[in-house]
Write a protein that binds this ligand. Structure first.
Ligand SMILES: Cc1ncc(C[n+]2csc(CCOP(=O)(O)OP(=O)(O)O)c2C)c(N)n1
Length: 446
């Protein structure tokens, strides 16, 4: 503890020095345009020693890229049926290179492209196929949900996760089935990754009684206690303290679990994040605070809304280690999450900046005027499903036909889920006051 305090004091001193030099930098930069602000920050960034990224030698994927270009996942991006090109070598991680870390900071970087092979990660072919199936399930489920929304079968909000599937699948495969998960309203992908059934999820979207929240929650409130999936929360940042509470429960009950709290880049500006992060650090909780940094909060980009775009640094004031992950590559997510989860179980919380991208609008009514077609096109190179497919083809782990068969099977399951949802009744009116806070047997209180 004494040692920890010394480190903290040293960190504070370093941090305030850094803050002072930043202030000078920002005064100069303030005079310039927004566009040059970023450049100014980069130029003045003090490059200090940082821990090397735990990466392996890159595996060649050039052939895979060509192979996948010839065998794309149909409709993989945007659901418009257009194949996703996967030419190009680098993933655009935004400002990942703008490192300006205090010398003693525990920052980890999992950002290299094609850094891991399945053998290195100990993943067998069956597991890869399961991961592929799961990512496809998330995508096909949502493409069909979007269609059903258009047909007015689904009402209320619908926020799609398309593009972020490597985050959900990679995280879930790297953790224990009883590690609690909690997230925001963009919850379909994580719910399906954690093993919720397409039937229960689609019925929930339809507002039917067989839905995961008996049709009373809708898109933003998937929930399944049996899968240790604690929702599905609509208030931006509201789930973060609850997620830290779940971490506290893991520690208090000595379950050996670690809680995974997901939130968007917009939520990191909320006080709830900072209060929860402080408690996680103070109590040394097994907590992973995972920012799904898809670059936008509704129509506002991270650059426009934040002084610092390096979100992995946001736990630093609380003495928390920061991790930057390429969230478009399922292997990288898996590797990073495995590493840090093992440490987190021992009571070391982490702030995770998971760089990802959503291919669809914020919700169904978003005209997306805040980003260019060029940006969207460039991002298609990074499609996580196409990347995994390409990898399997290149390494001759699966035939194209077999992968197509998986896709067909997934589509059938999703169609079955729509039929299931259609046939399920609406919740009876007399159950309106059930499943609410005032009831005597409300869960988590007794
Ligand atoms: C406390 C609060 N303020 C505002 C809103 C309205 N709102 C809904 S989503 C959203 C943007 C959140 O963006 P982000 O956290 O980055 O998540 P993403 O949509 O990118 O997954 C806002 C401001 C809200 N739901 N709750």
């Amino acid at each position: 503890m004494a040692e920890k305090k010394t480190t903290s004091t040293a960190k504070k001193a370093t941090a305030s020095k850094t803050a002072a030099s930043k202030a000078t930098a920002s005064k100069t930069a303030a005079k310039k345009t927004t566009a040059s602000k970023t450049t100014a920050k980069k130029t003045t960034a003090k490059k200090t020693t940082r821990k090397p990224a735990p990466r392996k030698a890159p595996a060649k994927r050039t052939t895979a890229r060509k192979a996948a270009a010839e065998n794309p996942v149909p409709g993989a991006v945007g659901g418009d049926g257009a194949p996703s090109p996967i030419e190009g070598q680098s993933l655009n991680l935004g400002h990942a290179e703008a490192i300006n870390a205090p010398g003693d900071a525990d920052f980890r970087f999992y950002t290299e492209v094609d850094a891991y092979t399945h053998e290195e990660l100990g993943l067998d072919v069956e597991t890869l196929l399961d991961m592929y199936r799961n990512m496809l399930m998330q995508r096909r489920f949502e493409e069909r949900a979007a269609q059903m929304y258009g047909r007015q079968k689904i009402s209320g909000f619908l926020h799609l996760y398309i593009g972020q599937e490597a985050v959900s699948t990679g995280s879930v495969w790297a953790t224990r089935p009883d590690d609690p998960i909690i997230t925001a309203y963009r919850d379909h992908g994580l719910g399906l990754a954690r093993g919720m059934s397409a039937n229960a999820c689609m019925a929930e979207l339809f507002g039917k009684v067989d839905g995961s929240s008996r049709g009373k929650g809708g898109s933003m409130h998937f929930f399944d206690v049996s899968k240790h999936f604690y929702g599905g929360h609509g208030i931006v940042g509201g789930q973060i303290p609850v997620g830290v509470g779940l971490a506290f429960a893991c520690k208090y009950k000595e379950t050996g679990g670690v809680s995974l709290t997901y939130f968007g880049d917009g939520a990191i500006n909320q006080g709830s994040f900072h209060e929860a992060a402080n408690l996680a650090a103070l109590y040394e909780l097994p907590a992973l605070l995972i920012c799904e940094n898809n670059q936008y909060a509704m129509g506002t980009s991270v650059e426009r809304s934040r002084g610092s775009v390096d979100l992995y640094k946001q736990g630093y004031p609380y003495d928390m280690a920061g991790v930057l992950i390429n969230g478009m590559d399922v292997f990288t997510v898996y590797k990073a999450m495995k590493d840090i989860t093992d440490e987190a179980r021992e009571g070391k919380p982490f702030m995770v900046d998971m760089r990802t991208y959503r291919y669809r609008g914020h919700s169904m009514s978003d005209p997306q005027k805040y980003r260019t077609k060029e940006e969207m096109e460039a991002k298609k190179d990074e499609d996580p499903i196409v990347r995994l497919k390409a990898y399997m083809l290149e390494h001759k782990l699966a035939e194209n036909d077999a992968l197509d068969t998986i896709d067909d099977e997934v589509k059938q399951v999703v169609l079955g889920a729509v039929e299931f949802a259609e046939n399920s009744p609406y919740p009876p009116v007399e159950t309106m006051y059930e499943d609410v806070y005032v009831q005597d047997d409300y869960p988590f209180i007794s």
